[in-house]
Design a protein around this ligand. Structure first.
Ligand SMILES: [Fe+2]
Ligand SMILES: [Fe+2]
Length: 278
């Protein structure tokens, strides 16, 4: 069952949290359906692992063949690797950054993306959806080079893709976060490695802080709900050092560790500076 993030008589936002089998190989991921006055869009539908379940699951809420848009925050496999199947089974247009417009045809059979892609310029834009508009908000380098967040002014939800994600099960992802502090350990490691730099995070916070946001909904893990938790997230993320802030010459050394293809593990070499390694 999807989680209903918002519903009124003309508008609904649904979140699917548990379509991928939890065997530890694929990271938990959320997929979204937005319906406004009989027009539907899916956001970040995911890869082939999620396709069948999402198609079946959404059928109960909206006829997939009537989908108008497949909206992708960026071009990662967990976002849009199922593109070939969605373009085959629906008439929907793919909406994605221009940065990725000529790369996504690699996900599909030849010719399938012909006249089916809306390439979004770096500045973003407002996309008609039913009788309202979905805002495509610049979120480049968080983490992808061509990346958008999606703001729905009806529900006041900001869909933040890989920003604000937390590592947890699909069942846990259904529990809204209303106080940030206990949630930070589930977000911190991911953001330090996947977000590009503190400069980008600060620019993003400056842009979104004045907005009227009821919840931040990431593509992995739980929604961050309510003014207090949303502001706590802004305060946390604008002070976070991450990505290239944390990389120096130690990260760019020619490798000496050998990889065992059978155990699929790397034996760390003895190094004078790290005598514990064996
Ligand atoms: Fe990603
Ligand atoms: Fe992701």
């Amino acid at each position: 069952m999807p989680l209903e993030l918002y519903r009124d008589k003309n508008h609904a936002c649904l979140m699917f949290t548990d379509l991928i089998e939890e065997d530890g190989q694929a990271v938990q991921a959320n997929q979204f359906l937005i319906v406004d006055n009989g027009t539907g869009a899916i956001i970040d539908p995911g890869g082939n692992l999620a396709y069948n379940e999402l198609f079946m699951g959404m059928t109960q809420h909206f006829p997939p063949h009537k989908l108008s848009y497949i909206i992708a925050s960026h071009a990662d496999p967990d976002i849009i690797a199922s593109l070939d199947r969605w373009l085959s089974s629906t008439q929907a247009m793919l909406v994605i950054s221009r940065v990725w417009e000529r790369f996504v045809p690699h996900f599909t059979k030849v010719g399938k993306t012909d006249k089916r892609v809306i390439g979004v310029p770096d500045g973003g834009g407002r996309l008609p959806l039913g009788s309202h508009e979905l805002w495509l908000i610049p979120a480049h380098f968080m983490h992808s080079e061509g990346n958008f967040h999606f703001y729905d002014p009806v529900s006041r939800i900001l869909f933040t893709g890989d920003l604000g994600v937390s590592m947890m099960s699909g069942a846990q992802a259904r529990q809204p976060v209303t106080s940030l502090k206990p949630h930070i350990p589930l977000m911190e490691g991911f953001h330090r490695r996947y977000m590009v730099s503190n400069k980008i995070l600060r620019l993003w916070v400056n842009m979104v802080r004045p907005m009227d946001i009821a919840m931040l909904v990431p593509q992995h893990g739980a929604p961050i709900v309510g003014k207090q938790a949303v502001n706590e997230f802004f305060d946390w993320v604008e002070n976070l050092m991450c990505g290239i802030d944390l990389f120096d010459d130690r990260a760019y050394q020619l490798p000496v560790a050998s990889i065992d293809p059978v155990s699929r593990q790397t034996r760390a070499p003895l190094r004078a500076v790290n005598a514990q390694a064996s």
